[in-house]
Structure formats: structure tokens, C-alpha cells
Write a protein that binds this ligand. Structure first.
Ligand code: HAM
Length: 420
């Protein structure tokens, strides 16, 4: 061990576990790539105001959890706590919305940073795969995203997750509801901080986990009763499309989400094996965000799935992903001459697309065979002086134990034949 450790609230991904994370990212991305989403990458930090304006001045993310810094040049930056504001900023900056092809559908994968109290499933550095569909107001788009996330989780083998669905209304009906809710909340017996929250973001009070608060919330006005006809019809259509696709969801009128930009459709994927950090993913519609960051009106919808929590969910369900061995052939040379020849064979195998590795470091036959075993390679090729004199290598099938002499020039073909 060195004198340094990974910072509090972070952890390293090391082989072999790291392969699981790659597989999860790929499984989430696959249905997106298959549905017209193009890959986007944005910087790990942004102007701090992008998040305070976009995510919301009163959210925990902005008030408590952002890693902010002032550069030597005096710029106020923040490590990105989420992806939506950045992706929309980048799409606007590149004028993707002006190319006449709306919605602009984008997917991304990367690291995000929140200064949260670390616990299992909650980290200060975590990883998301996300998708944003920018510039269209169409319930089918909301449904598409939920269906694709469901498909990704199912492809991974997950079963014990639930989809919670809600509508937060729009700029017509939500203010009316907000007033009604504030009126109700102001009459309750609440602490100072919560009273402040009533004035800034009353919907978040509904999210309060404390039993003494939840008790008082019985009988609070519910948003469903305040939705305008347009929002109601939109939400009904999303629900119908999900049902028609066979995607099971639960209506959850308490689902508020921790970011302020949401309008209409909001949803969360929760996994029942994860304890308190049960949200494996979440998202929704954000019809006003573009204008909030200085852009034109661009109604949009998206989600982000947490890679760390998805891996925990796999573990909770005891799912072992079928990860193909990364090496097919492991070369073990016996002697100096064989080293040179087999190194050449390995190089050639790789050029021909066969995953191959080599026993480096002159560790002797026993050590080399150990490495071969550990590599998970299906085949080893071993060669000594006598083999080289005959122009062959010994190709050993590590599963059956069978060993055959194969001409040097035919190794790639022999391996491919046997792998097929
Ligand atoms: P979010 O709900 O804040 O939404 O995060 C999405 C997912 O990221 C969560 O469900 C969780 O799995 C994971 N996550 C969040 N914070 C942590 C953490 N501290 N440790 C581990 N995992 C975490 C968003 O970020 C929105 N940008 C989603 C979105 C996209 N909405 C519209 N488009």
C-alpha cells in the first residue's frame, strides 16, 4: 500500500470487478444506440451558474453537494453533479437543435461528483449512463426512454426493480398547486429549516422522510387534483404507451425528485434489495430548462441510471454477468529463442483479432502456467527448442486438456476454428 488512499466516499474499480462496470455501462448504452441516440461527451466541470440556475438554487445538490472551485483566472467552476444541464448546454452551444432534426437524441456515460454523506450506494464520485431527448413534446418520447431503461435492466437480468411514475404538472398548473400546498404546509408544526423550504420549494417537503413530518402530511393537497387538462391528457398517454409496451409501473404521486427542472413526467427506478439508497435511476421531462440557461424553448426529457447502484442491484439479486474471458490465447515460451518466436506469434494473433497474452518476466514454466490459468484463456501455446525445430507450437485446450502440435503459421486459424 502507498501512503495514499482513495478519497473518502470514493472507491477504485480494479480487475476483475471492473469488468462488471464496463458490462453494465454497455448494457445500458446498447438499447440507446439502437434507438437513434448519438454519443455525447462534455467536460467534467462547468460554470457553477449552469448548475445553480439549471438544477436549482434551493436543491441539496446546489446548496450542499457541489464541489466548487475558483480557478487562477477567477472563473467559478463546479465538478458536474449531474449530466442534464451540461448536455443541454453543449447541444445548444453546438446548435444541434438547429439542424432541423428534432428531437436531438443523445446518450452519455461518465463520472459525477456530489459531496454527500457516504454510505453504501451513496458516493462522492459515482458513475451514470444517461440519455436526453431534446426539443420535442411527445408522450411517446417519455415512454420510449422509460421502455429503454426497463429493457436495459431486463437485459442485465434484473427483476426486483420497480418503476415509479408521476406528473409534476407544467407552468400553468403547478403554480396553483404550489400555492395550495404552501397554504397547507404553513399551518403545520415544523422546524425552521423546513419552514424555509416551504417558501422556496414546498414540493420537497412532501419528500421529508421523518415520521413526525409524514404524519402531519396526511391530507395535504395532491398534485394530481390540480393537473390541467393538457398535463392530464399527456400523462394518460404516457401511461397508456407504457402499458401497451408491457412495462409495469406504479403511480407515485409523492415522487418529487431532487432537481428543480422537472415538469410533467417524472419517474424513478427503485430496487428493493438496496436499502435506503434504492433509486438505481431516475429522470423526467424538463420543458423549461433550456430557457432557464438562456436558450430557446426546447421541451425535453431524459434519464440517468446509476452504474454503481446497478452493480449493487445485480449483487443483491445474485446475478453473475456472463463476462467472456478477455484473453483467448496465452503464450508460454520455454527458452530464449521461443520467447522471440512466441512473442511474434502473439503479435500476429492480435493483429488477426485473436485476444492473446504472453508470459512476461521470465518466471519459469510453473509461474507462466499460473498466469495462463489466471488469464482465463481457453488455450495456451507452449513452445520449446524441439517444437521450434519442427516449426510447431503445442496448442493446449485448457478446458479439455487436449494438446496438439500446430504449425507456427496456422495458430490463428487453429484457435479460431476451435473457438467457433
Ligand atoms: P439523479 O436522480 O440525481 O438524476 O441521479 C440519477 C441516478 O444516479 C440515481 O438514481 C442514482 O442511481 C445515481 N446517483 C445519484 N447520486 C449518487 C451518489 N451520490 N452515489 C451513487 N449513485 C448516485 C440526475 O442526475 C438527472 N440528471 C437525471 C436526468 C436526466 N433527468 C433528466 N435527464
Amino acid at each position: 500500500m502507498s501512503t495514499f488512499k482513495a478519497p473518502k466516499g470514493t472507491y477504485d474499480l480494479t480487475p476483475p470487478e471492473s469488468a462488471k462496470y464496463l458490462a453494465v455501462r454497455e448494457a445500458i448504452a446498447a438499447p440507446l444506440k439502437n434507438s437513434g441516440y448519438g454519443y455525447i461527451e462534455t467536460p467534467g466541470f462547468e460554470d457553477v451558474a449552469l448548475f445553480s440556475r439549471g438544477v436549482g438554487e434551493s436543491t441539496d445538490i446546489v446548496t450542499k453537494e457541489m464541489y466548487t472551485l475558483t480557478t487562477k483566472g477567477g472563473s467559478q467552476l463546479a465538478l458536474r453533479p449531474e449530466g442534464t444541464a451540461s448536455v443541454l448546454r453543449a447541444a445548444l452551444e453546438a446548435n444541434l437543435h438547429k439542424l432541423g432534426n428534432l428531437p436531438v437524441k443523445l446518450w452519455y456515460s461518465g463520472s459525477y461528483y456530489r459531496y454527500e454523506r457516504p454510505q453504501k450506494g451513496r458516493y462522492r464520485h459515482f458513475s451514470q449512463v444517461g440519455a436526453e431527448a431534446i426539443g420535442a413534446e411527445d408522450p411517446a418520447l417519455d415512454a420510449e426512454l422509460i421502455i429503454l431503461a426497463d429493457q436495459a435492466y431486463r437485459a442485465l437480468g434484473l427483476r426486483n426493480f420497480r418503476i415509479l411514475l408521476n406528473s409534476l404538472g407544467d407552468k400553468e398548473c403547478r403554480p396553483v398547486y404550489r400555492d395550495a400546498l404552501q397554504g397547507f404546509l404553513r399551518e403545520l408544526d415544523l422546524d425552521e429549516e423546513t419552514r424555509r423550504r416551504i417558501e422556496i420549494n414546498p414540493l420537497r417537503v412532501l419528500d421529508d422522510k421523518r415520521p413526525e413530518v409524514q404524519k402531519q402530511l396526511v391530507g395535504a393537497p395532491v398534485l394530481r387534483d390540480y393537473l390541467c387538462d393538457a398535463c392530464k391528457a399527456y400523462h394518460e398517454e404516457v401511461r397508456d404507451l407504457l402499458s401497451a409496451a408491457g412495462v409495469v409501473y406504479e403511480d407515485d404521486e409523492k415522487l418529487v425528485r431532487g432537481l428543480d427542472y422537472y415538469t410533467r413526467t417524472t419517474f424513478e427506478f427503485v430496487h428493493d434489495g438496496l436499502g435506503s439508497q434504492s433509486a438505481v435511476g431516475g429522470g423526467g421531462r424538463y420543458d423549461g430548462l433550456s430557457e432557464m440557461i438562456g436558450g430557446p424553448a426546447l421541451p425535453s426529457v431524459g434519464w440517468a441510471l446509476g452504474v454503481d447502484r446497478t452493480v449493487l442491484a445485480l449483487e443483491a439479486e445474485g446475478i453473475e454477468l456472463e463476462l467472456p474471458a478477455s484473453t483467448s490465447v496465452f503464450a508460454v515460451p520455454l527458452g530464449e529463442e521461443a520467447r522471440r518466436v512466441l512473442f511474434g506469434v502473439v503479435t500476429q494473433l492480435r493483429r488477426e483479432g485473436v485476444a492473446a497474452d504472453f508470459a512476461y518476466g521470465n518466471r519459469g514454466l510453473k509461474g507462466a502456467m499460473k498466469s495462463a490459468n489466471r488469464s482465463g484463456a481457453r488455450f495456451t501455446i507452449v513452445a520449446g527448442e524441439r517444437d521450434l525445430a519442427e516449426g510447431v507450437v503445442q496448442l493446449k485446450d485448457m478446458e479439455s486438456g487436449e494438446q496438439t502440435a500446430v504449425p507456427l503459421s496456422d495458430v490463428a486459424e487453429a484457435v479460431r476454428e476451435r473457438l467457433a
